[in-house]
Design a protein around this ligand. Structure first.
Ligand SMILES: Nc1nc2c(c(=O)[nH]1)N[C@H]1C(S)=C(S)[C@@H](COP(=O)(O)OP(=O)(O)OC[C@H]3O[C@@H](n4cnc5c(=O)[nH]c(N)nc54)[C@H](O)[C@@H]3O)O[C@H]1N2
Ligand SMILES: Nc1nc2c(c(=O)[nH]1)N[C@H]1C(S)=C(S)[C@@H](COP(=O)(O)OP(=O)(O)OC[C@H]3O[C@@H](n4cnc5c(=O)[nH]c(N)nc54)[C@H](O)[C@@H]3O)O[C@H]1N2
Ligand code: SF4
Ligand SMILES: [Mo]
Length: 732
C-alpha cells in the first residue's frame, strides 16, 4: 500500500523551519531532514513568538507522517460490517463516484438531504479554508455542522450580539495584564484556546513575577490551577451564577468604571436591574463559592491596574454557555479592560478575516433544524441534532454525508447514536487520512497529505494570537507522487460536482455559468497565491518574499486597541443586554438556590491531556505509552463512600449510555464531581488504527447527552452531566 520512505543515508542532513499546527499554539519548529526522512523535530528558538517552546505532540508529527495506517490513496469500501474491505481507487474514479452519488441524492431528495460535518483540523489546515468553500458551497445544504457547536459557539454568538461580528473575539493580553481570572480553561494542558499562546507556562509565570495575580476557577485542580495564586473549585455549571454576581457587585458597589467605553454602552440601567437577583449571597449555593470570596475577587479585578476575565471550554460547553461568555465580556467592559492594553483586545493580523470580509458577521435563526427546531448560527446547525436529522424519516431527512477533518462519532454528544445513524446513510464520503470510528462508515475516503507535506499559513489562529505575528511555512517534505493536498481535493471535487450537477440539470442559468467560471479560476490558484493577494490588501505592507525570507515568523508587535475605534467609525453602540439574554436571566434567577443534589449521582466533566489531541493522535506509540490516561478521576471521599479502590474498573452510567473505565482516586477534584477525557474509544469494529486500538479507552461521548444543550445557542452541554458510578459487578 505504501511506498517505503527513502531514508537516503547519503543524502545531506538539512535543517528546515516549520510549524506545528496540531493545536492553537502553532509553535515554530526546527526539523532535521535527510532525504524524505524526518530525523528530528525540535522547538525553533529563532521563532519570535513561540521562542523554542514545544509540547510532546510536536514529535508525533513524524509518527503521523510515517504511520503505516495513514491512507495515501483514495479508498472505496466494498461490503459492510465484518465483511468490509477497502480497495484503492484512482483520484479520478473517486471524484467521479462522489460527485455522481451526491448529485443523485440531491436530485432525488433535495439539497438538504446532503449533510456536512467539518471537524477541528479544518481550521488548522489552511487549504480547507481557502478551497473548502468551492465544494461545500455548491452543496447548498442547510444541514451544515462543525466542531464549533461542541466548542466555541457561545463566543461567536456573544461577539455577534455585542460587537456586530462573530469573529471580533477579544483576546487576553496575557503578556501585559496584572490580573487574570480564568474560568473553565486549562492552557497548561491545552496550550491555550481562543488565545494562541505558545509557552503559556512561562507567560503566566512572568505575569506573577511582575506582581500580577492568576486566579483559576475550575472544579478540578488542573495543571493551570496548580500554578495559580488562587484556585476556586466551583460547582460544575455554577459559573453563570458566579459571573452574574460579579456583574452585580461591579454595579452595586460602584466599582464599574468603563472609562473609554462609556460613550458606546447601551442599556446600563437595564443591565443593573437584570442582575439584581444575583447577589453573591443569592448565588453562593449554586456556584459553591461563598459570597465574601466573590465580592473580594470582583474588587480585586476591578481595582487591578489592568485585568482580564477569560473563559473557555468548561464555561462554553454547558447549559449556560452563552450567558457565561456574555457575562465575561460584560465584566471586561465594566472594569474598563476591553480594548485596553493589559485587558482583552482584538488582534490586527496580516490577513484580517473580518476586515477582508472572508468571514461574514454572522446571523442567527435564519433557519431551524427540521426535527428539534434548533437555530442555525452563521449558516450551521448545532451538531447535537445531526443524528436525529439522519434517523427521523420525512422530507429533508439527511441521506448522504460529507465529513472532513472530523470524527464526530467520538467528538459529539451521544456518539453511539450517531454511529448507528451513519451506518444507515445512502452515501458518505470522508476527507481524512485515517479509517477511524467515523470514516469507517464512508463509502469513499479521500486522504489529503499530512502536515509536513504541505505549506501553511495560519489564517485562523493568528487572529486569536496574543501578539500580532505573520509566518508562512513551506512544506518540510515534498508531496509524494500521486498524493493530493486538502485544497486540491476540494478543487477536484468542486469541478467534478459542478460537471455532474450541470449534466443532470441539463444546462443552467448565466449565474450558474458565472459561478462555475469563478470556481474554476479560484481552484487553479494555490493557497500561497491567494495569500500573496491577501497580504497586499492587508494592513501591513507585507510581501510573500518577506515571509519566505523569514520562515521563523515576523513579529508585528503586541496587541493594540482598535475595537472601540472600529465600532465608533461604524456608529455602532455596544448593547450590554441583548434581548435573548434579558429573557434568559429571569429563568436563571428562578433556579437559585438550586435543587438539592441526589446523593447517589455525580457530575461528570471532561479533561484534556498534553499528550493527547482530541480524537486522533492516539495512533502514535510515544503519545499513548505509559500509564493509561482514559481513567475516571474521582474524589477520595466519593470513592470511599462507594468502597472503590484506585485502579478498579467502574461502570459510569448516564441517560444515554454506559461505559467502563478504571477509577483514579485523587483529592484534586471537587467532591461530587468526576472527570473523564474525550476522544478515546477506539475499540469499535472496523477501525484501522493499530496502535490506538491497543490503547482503546472508552468514549466520554457515549455518555454525553444530545438533548442537553445551551438553551440560547444549541451548543453541546458536554460538561456537568449527571451520572451514576459503581463498581463494575454492582452496576445495574
Ligand atoms: N465530551 C467532550 N467532547 C468534545 C470535547 C470535550 O471537551 N468534551 N471537545 C470538543 C472540541 S473543542 C472539538 S474541537 C472537537 C474535535 O472533534 P472533531 O471535530 O471530530 O476533530 P478531531 O477529533 O480532532 O478529529 C480530527 C479528524 O481529522 C483528521 N485530520 C487531521 N488532520 C487533517 C487534515 O489536515 N485534513 C483532513 N482532511 N483531515 C485531517 C483526523 O484523522 C481525524 O479523523 O471535539 C469536541 N468533543
Ligand atoms: N493537549 C491537548 N491540547 C488541546 C486539545 C486536546 O485535545 N489536547 N484540544 C484543543 C481544542 S480543540 C480546544 S477547543 C482547546 C480547549 O482548551 P481549554 O478550554 O483550555 O481546555 P480544557 O482542558 O477542555 O479545559 C476546560 C476546563 O474546564 C473545566 N470545567 C469543566 N466543567 C466546568 C464548569 O462547569 N465550570 C468551570 N469553571 N470549569 C469547568 C475542566 O475541568 C477543564 O479543566 O484545547 C486545544 N488543545
Ligand atoms: S503546543 Fe504542542 S501541539 Fe500545540 S502547536 Fe505547540 S508543539 Fe504543537
Ligand atoms: Mo476545540
Amino acid at each position: 500500500m505504501q511506498k517505503p520512505l527513502s531514508t537516503s543515508a547519503d543524502a545531506p542532513l538539512e535543517t528546515r523551519q516549520g510549524v506545528c499546527n496540531l493545536c492553537e499554539a502553532i509553535c515554530g519548529l526546527s526539523f532535521q531532514v535527510q532525504g524524505e526522512h524526518i530525523v528530528s523535530i525540535k522547538g525553533n528558538d529563532a521563532d519570535p513568538f513561540s521562542r523554542g517552546h514545544v509540547c510532546p505532540k510536536a514529535v508525533a508529527l513524524k509518527d503521523v507522517h510515517e504511520d503505516p495506517d495513514r491512507l495515501r490513496r483514495p479508498v472505496k469500501r466494498v461490503g459492510q460490517g465484518t465483511d468490509a474491505r477497502w480497495v484503492e481507487i484512482s483520484w479520478d474514479e473517486a471524484f467521479d463516484l462522489v460527485a455522481r452519488e451526491l448529485v443523485q441524492v440531491r436530485q432525488q431528495h433535495g439539497a438538504n438531504a446532503v449533510g456536512v460535518y467539518q471537524g477541528n483540523p479544518t481550521v488548522h489546515n489552511w487549504g480547507n479554508i481557502t478551497h473548502g468553500p468551492l465544494f461545500m458551497g455548491q452543496l447548498k445544504t442547510r444541514n451544515r455542522f462543525s466542531a464549533t457547536s461542541v466548542d466555541q459557539l457561545p463566543h461567536h454568538l456573544t461577539s455577534y450580539w455585542l460587537y456586530g461580528h462573530q469573529f471580533l473575539l477579544p483576546i487576553p493580553d496575557i503578556d501585559r495584564t496584572q490580573y487574570m481570572l480564568m474560568l473553565g480553561g486549562n492552557p497548561l494542558a491545552s496550550n491555550g484556546s481562543i488565545m494562541t499562546v505558545p509557552d503559556v507556562r512561562k507567560r503566566l509565570k512572568a505575569l506573577q513575577a511582575r506582581g500580577g495575580k492568576l486566579v483559576v476557577v475550575d472544579p478540578r485542580r488542573t495543571e493551570t490551577a496548580a500554578i495559580a495564586d488562587e484556585h476556586l473549585a466551583i460547582k460544575p455549571s455554577g459559573d453563570a451564577a458566579f459571573l452574574l454576581s460579579m456583574v452585580h457587585v461591579l454595579l452595586n458597589e460602584s466599582l464599574a468604571k468603563p472609562g473609554h467605553l462609556l460613550p458606546l454602552l447601551k442599556d446600563l440601567e437595564a443591565l443593573k436591574a437584570a442582575v439584581a437577583p444575583f447577589s453573591p449571597e443569592a448565588t453562593a449555593a449554586q456556584s459553591g463559592i461563598d459570597s465574601a470570596t466573590t465580592r473580594r475577587l470582583t474588587r480585586e479585578l476591578a481595582q487591578a491596574e489592568s485585568g482580564v476575565c477569560y473563559g473557555r471550554m468548561g464555561v462554553s460547553t454547558q447549559v449556560n454557555g452563552v450567558v457565561c461568555q456574555w457575562a465575561i465580556q460584560v465584566i471586561n467592559i465594566l472594569t474598563g479592560n476591553l480594548d485596553r492594553e493589559g485587558g482583552a483586545l482584538v488582534t490586527h493580523p496580516a490577513i484580517d478575516l473580518v476586515k477582508t470580509g472572508l468571514i461574514g458577521p454572522g446571523h442567527v435563526g435564519v433557519w431551524h433544524s427540521r426535527v428539534r427546531k434548533a437555530p442555525e448560527f452563521g449558516g450551521e446547525l448545532p451538531v447535537s441534532v445531526l443524528a436525529e436529522e439522519i434517523l427521523t424519516p420525512g422530507r429533508g431527512q439527511i441521506r448522504a454525508m460529507v465529513t472532513s477533518c472530523g470524527n464526530p462519532v467520538l467528538s459529539t454528544p451521544n456518539g453511539q447514536q450517531l454511529d448507528q445513524a451513519l451506518a444507515q446513510l445512502d452515501f458518505m464520503v470522508s476527507v481524512d487520512f485515517y479509517i477511524n470510528e467515523t470514516t469507517r462508515h464512508a463509502h469513499v475516503i479521500l486522504p489529503p497529505t499530512c502536515f509536513v507535506e504541505h505549506d501553511h499559513y495560519d489564517l485562523v489562529f493568528m487572529h486569536f494570537a496574543v501578539r500580532n505575528v505573520a509566518r508562512y511555512s513551506p512544506a518540510i517534505l515534498p508531496k509524494p507522487e500521486g498524493a493530493l493536498h486538502d485544497w486540491e481535493i476540494y478543487a477536484g471535487l468542486a469541478k467534478r460536482y459542478a460537471q455532474h450537477a450541470w449534466a443532470l440539470e441539463r444546462g443552467g442559468t448565466t449565474q450558474r455559468l458565472k459561478g462555475m467560471l469563478t470556481r474554476s479560476a479560484m481552484s487553479r490558484l494555490r493557497p500561497d497565491q491567494l495569500l500573496a493577494l491577501g497580504l497586499r490588501k492587508g494592513a501591513y505592507p507585507l510581501r510573500m518574499k518577506q515571509l519566505r525570507a523569514a520562515p521563523q515568523g515576523i513579529d508585528l508587535g503586541p496587541l493594540r486597541p482598535g475595537l472601540v475605534q472600529g465600532l465608533s467609525k461604524k456608529g455602532r453602540a455596544i448593547p450590554l443586554l441583548p434581548a435573548a439574554i434579558a429573557g434568559e436571566l429571569p429563568m436563571l434567577a428562578a433556579t437559585l438556590p438550586g435543587a438539592a443534589p441526589d446523593a447517589d449521582s455525580l457530575t461528570l466533566i471532561g479533561r484534556r491531556d498534553v499528550r493527547s489531541n482530541n480524537s486522533w493522535m492516539h495512533n502514535s506509540e510515544r503519545l499513548v505509552s505509559g500509564k493509561a490516561r482514559c481513567v475516571l478521576w474521582m474524589h477520595t471521599e466519593d470513592a470511599a463512600r462507594r468502597g472503590l479502590v484506585d485502579g478498579q474498573t467502574v461502570q459510569i452510567i448516564s441517560r444515554v449510555g454506559q461505559v467502563a473505565a478504571p477509577v483514579f482516586i485523587t483529592p484534586d477534584i471537587r467532591p461530587g464531581v468526576v472527570s473523564l477525557p474525550h476522544g478515546w474509544g477506539h475499540g469499535r469494529q472496523g477501525v484501522k488504527l493499530g496502535v490506538a486500538s491497543r490503547h482503546a479507552g472508552v468514549s466520554l461521548n457515549d455518555l454525553t447527552d444530545d438533548q442537553l444543550t445551551d438553551r440560547l445557542s444549541g451548543n453541546a452541554a458536554l460538561n456537568s452531566l449527571t451520572v451514576r458510578v459503581a463498581a463494575l459487578a454492582q452496576a445495574t
